[in-house]
Write a protein that binds this ligand. Sequence first.
Ligand code: C5P
Length: 227
Amino acid sequence: MKKITIAIDGFSSTGKSTLAKQLAKKLQYIYVDTGAMYRAVTLFAMQNGFIEDGKIDRHALVNALDRIELNFVFNEDLGFAEMYLNNLNVEKEIRTMPVSKNVSQVSELAEVRSKLVSLQKAMGVDKGIVMDGRDIGSVVFPDAELKIFMTASPEKRAVRRYKELLDRGEDVQYEDILENVQKRDYIDSNREISPLVKAKDAIDFDNSDVGLEDQFQRIYEHALRII
Ligand code: C5P
């Protein structure tokens, strides 16, 4: 079997990471959640006072980028890698609503994208990788052998996210989440640099009414045809 690169892009909360984790486990590939990297940079900016009332001090953040070290550390118990920011596990903090509210603005910055995209490219040099995000098939790995573009209705996505956050014990409102999902989609799709677009050779996958197992089987079959 040859090792390939699998790029999964799409709107927020479409279940990209669930699918990516399933594929990586089955194929024994590395899984990389690039959203976690943008979220970790956002958390760093918030912790250092570079974001106040939703406004970013772009200059301060860009000057501090060299002080940000990001690592994925595999957690044997969970079966996937967790995000570390400057040697601290930030997996929980990066998934909270305050980070979700600021992350799309941070992701618009050219300097942030350039730093993260080069780290992502380096992780994929040996192939055997499943990476999810917004610009993986278009910018990070334009030569990926398998590209999936995931969509689902905003309402379905907001319900999934709402349940996920409630399960984690966060005090959240459904309306707040729906608004955040739609706002991020808008910013991510309309930003100047590397907007969220479906790569020409990506497979469109709307999972509004598809179960997780069914979704996995369909995409896995696509992978099997290539490897
Ligand atoms: O995937 P997730 O929803 O965790 O991503 C959080 C945010 O990070 C997205 O809304 C987007 O602004 C940004 N992002 C990005 N490019 C990627 C991955 C995520 O701009 N490759």
